[in-house]
Design a protein around this ligand. Structure first.
Ligand code: NI
Length: 255
């Protein structure tokens, strides 16, 4: 079964047909979904979805762009959610210098504290890093997060950066961008990264693969992403699905 490692099904883009869509995943070969929190509210929504659907798991965390909402009180709440049986990761957390808000100092402070939190609760991390390769790496190395384990979601950096994360034994979330014709750098990285270190992800409702680029994305499109990876690596589609499922189960501790 296909393992969807990163989606946002609580997004309002799914308000009209969420139940129908989620209900159709299994019959289309999608066996597991990790719904990702991006702030306090979406972490709440994530837990609600994970409690409702047996095949949905969750990640609890605050995206760098939303870190200005964090304070001691809701941070404590966030940490408590990490002991929920369906919460399998802390995320998505990291640094975003593309949108570059709030102030980098604030982003760094809460990235640091959420990394620390993941260590305390012993959960892997889901990392969001955009236009911030150097600082992200530096902070993760400084925290010695190798033991923690985790995934670099929507990996968008070079082969050289990929090597650094491979040395830390991290996984790489590969999504719709791999099917874009102009994604030369990413295709090179995917060729280089061993299949044993790749997770399939959509980031739904965003980043739909070709031939649905620009439309609302859903896990139903993961087959296009798996096909893209299979073509780049010269392996069978079935192997991509099977191995990425094993990878995700190992990382998130799901049997
Ligand atoms: Ni995301």
């Amino acid at each position: 079964m296909i393992f969807e490692s990163h989606a946002h099904y609580d997004d309002k883009a799914f308000d009209k047909d969420r139940e129908e869509l989620l209900g159709s995943l299994k019959e289309n070969g999608i066996g597991y979904v990790v719904n990702i929190g991006a702030n306090i509210e979406t972490t709440k929504n994530t837990i609600r979805l994970a409690e409702k659907y047996s095949f949905i798991y969750g990640a609890a965390g605050v995206h760098p762009s939303d870190t200005d909402e964090l304070n001691e009180e809701n941070f404590m709440w966030l940490k408590e959610q990490c002991s929920h049986p369906k919460i399998v990761a802390v995320g998505e957390i990291g640094l975003d210098y593309y949108w570059d808000e709030p102030d980098r100092k604030i982003q760094k402070e809460w990235f640091d504290r959420q990394l620390e939190m993941a260590k305390e609760v012993k959960l892997p991390v889901v990392i969001h890093s955009r236009d911030a390769a150097e600082d992200t790496l530096q902070m993760m190395k400084g925290k010695h997060v190798g033991d923690l384990g985790g995934v670099i979601h929507c990996f968008s950096y070079t082969k050289e950066i990929a090597r650094e994360y491979l040395n830390m034994d991290y996984y790489f979330g590969i999504g719709g961008v791999v099917t874009f014709q102009n994604a030369k750098k990413l295709k090179e990285a995917v060729e280089y990264i061993p299949l044993e270190k790749i997770l399939l992800e959509t980031d739904s409702p965003y980043l739909a693969p070709v031939p649905y680029r620009g439309k609302r994305n859903s896990s139903l499109n993961l087959s296009y992403i798996a096909e893209g990876i299979a073509a780049i690596k010269g392996v069978d589609y079935e192997d991509v699905v099977r191995i990425t499922e094993e990878n995700a189960k190992k990382l998130f501790g799901i049997n």
